[in-house]
Design a protein. Structure first.
Length: 138
């Protein structure tokens, strides 16, 4: 992810994950900027159509619920609803997997708020449910 992508991706993330919460656009922008300015272990990937960012996925040390010792996380997978069903999410997942391997990680965790069509791409990516009760995957 590059600086020009940050606001558009933050808007996608707010709509997908944080509607009705107290998180502001400015706070998510600040969080994304902190991530891309980090140490290189964490990473943010963007799918583009031309110059327009249409999706993103993150590789992070910690996810939204810090009440566990699981790390690292595949987080924030989002694709603009106008471009879903075209393999963009799977490509983003594979980019995160490749980055994880490049930094010596062989297991990722993912939290989903539900178990439905939104988690279907996981089935083909060597993933398995860690807990259906919490919708955590590894």
């Amino acid at each position: 992810m590059a600086e020009p992508d940050v606001e558009a991706i933050a808007r996608l993330r707010l709509a997908a994950f944080f509607g009705g919460t107290a998180l502001t656009l400015e706070e998510d922008i600040a969080g994304l900027r902190g991530l891309i300015a980090g140490d290189g272990f964490e990473a943010a990937f963007v799918a583009r159509l031309g110059d327009a960012p249409i999706g993103s996925c993150l590789f992070v040390r910690n996810e939204i619920d810090p009440a566990h010792d699981l790390t690292p996380w595949l987080a924030g997978l989002v694709v603009d609803e106008n471009y879903r069903g075209r393999g963009i999410g799977v490509a983003l997942l594979k980019a995160v997997e490749a980055h994880a391997a490049s930094v010596g990680v062989d297991k990722l965790y993912l939290y989903t708020g539900r178990h439905d069509a939104s988690t279907r791409p996981l089935a083909g990516l060597r993933s398995r449910p860690l807990s259906r009760a919490t919708n955590r995957w590894c």
